[in-house]
Design a protein around this ligand. Structure first.
Ligand code: DAH
Length: 365
């Protein structure tokens, strides 16, 4: 077979190769150690210089033609394979999800969503504030002076360094500083809730160093305790999905409210579980302390830059983890933060089932 015929046959075979393996076999047969092009190259050694001058470029031309054809074909095969893969792997994002998404919504997140839904219906906005706070917002502006025993009572996590204004930095011990931030930023009137994480140096079966609170704040010109009681009753009825909510307001003391009230709710026991509802004085019932609240202390309004002669309002603070435990029947707070998948599978919520008032905010999907 003449060299030209062999070259033409090889080029035709390369052209016809329909996968990488076929192409590789052709490459080995031509350019491999024992390939015919390699054999041709070896003949150069036995040639006279004159012969080599004529044959050399021809043989090198053959080698280059084969090598170029192979690499061009390889590229074409790769391109075709990529095309095919892209076509077969196409994702139609308009299709519905084939199965339920994995993962679940943590009960704490779920309860915060439920509370936002309930309070949005009452015209409240949702506000947030930083978890790393300064002691002015967390204590001083809430009428807890430098020497106030409540500052120690809270057993606060302090940072070693002060901020640029010389204020001590800390992990906020409650959501109440969001009251101050919102009044300073937006003035009055106000109607907000502020859910979030809070921190105290405390750890046992019923206390974790991080937990969740939700703060409520309402300021207007003629707000009184009756509004507070109605708001709490309305919120608790919607949250626990029962009309049978009876509250007991007890005089108490918080530096940021005057008067201050602690709010108890009637409940009964079912086995080990506390079921919210009913009058705590009725047989088989009792009272349970649920939240702190009161009329905002005039000093707090003034710290936040509001005219206390013009504005007044109420505030409340309630533990979100506690609300979740009461509503959904968990009994160990620490399990909330263990990240145990079995616990989350059991107590978690379907991510697609968003709480709505019309379906009952607590509906389990
Ligand atoms: N900040 C209080 C705490 O963490 C809870 C609280 C009590 C908040 C009374 C309030 C309030 O807004 O009025 O214990």
């Amino acid at each position: 077979m003449s060299d030209d015929t062999q070259l033409n046959e090889t080029l035709a075979a390369i052209d016809a190769a329909d996968d990488a393996d076929a192409l590789e076999a052709i490459r080995v047969a031509a350019l491999g150690k024992k390939g015919w092009v390699s054999a041709l190259l070896k003949t150069l050694g036995g040639m006279s210089p004159e012969e080599r001058q004529v044959e050399g470029p021809k043989i090198q031309g053959t080698r280059a033609a084969v090598a170029d054809a192979i690499s061009a074909k390889k590229q074409a095969l790769d391109d075709a394979e990529l095309e095919a893969r892209l076509a077969s792997e196409r994702l139609d994002l308009t299709l519905p999800a084939p199965e339920k998404p994995s993962g679940s919504i943590h009960p704490v997140s779920r309860v915060m969503e439920e509370l936002a839904e309930i309070f949005a219906d009452l015209g409240f906005t949702v506000a947030t504030g930083p978890e790393i706070e300064d002691d002015w917002h967390n204590f001083t502006a809430l009428n807890m002076a430098e020497t106030h025993p409540a500052r120690a009572m809270h057993d606060t996590f302090y940072f070693p360094d002060k901020d640029a204004e010389g204020r001590a930095m800390l992990l906020r011990t409650h959501t109440s500083p969001v009251q101050i931030r919102s009044m300073v930023e937006n003035g009055a009137p106000v109607r907000l809730i502020a859910p979030g994480r809070v921190y105290r140096s405390d750890s046992d079966a019923t206390h974790t160093p991080m937990f969740h609170q939700i703060e409520g704040l309402v300021i207007d010109k003629d707000i009184h305790l009756g509004h507070l009681k109605w708001t709490l009753e309305t919120f608790l009825k919607a949250f626990f999905e029962t009309e049978d909510i009876v509250l007991r307001l007890r005089p108490s003391y918080f530096p940021f409210t005057e008067p201050s009230v602690e709010v108890d709710v009637g409940y009964r026991k079912e086995g080990n579980r506390r079921v919210v509802g009913g009058n705590g004085d009725d047989p088989g019932h009792d009272w349970m302390e649920l939240l702190g609240s009161g009329m905002i202390n005039a000093r707090v309004l003034e710290f936040a830059g509001l005219d206390a002669g013009k504005w007044q309002g109420f505030a409340f603070g309630v533990g979100v983890d506690r609300l979740a435990m009461l509503k959904y029947g968990m009994d160990d707070l620490r399990a909330f933060f263990d990240g145990d998948v079995r616990w989350l599978d059991h107590y978690g919520f379907d991510p697609l089932a968003v709480p709505t008032l019309s379906s009952g905010v607590g509906e389990r999907a």
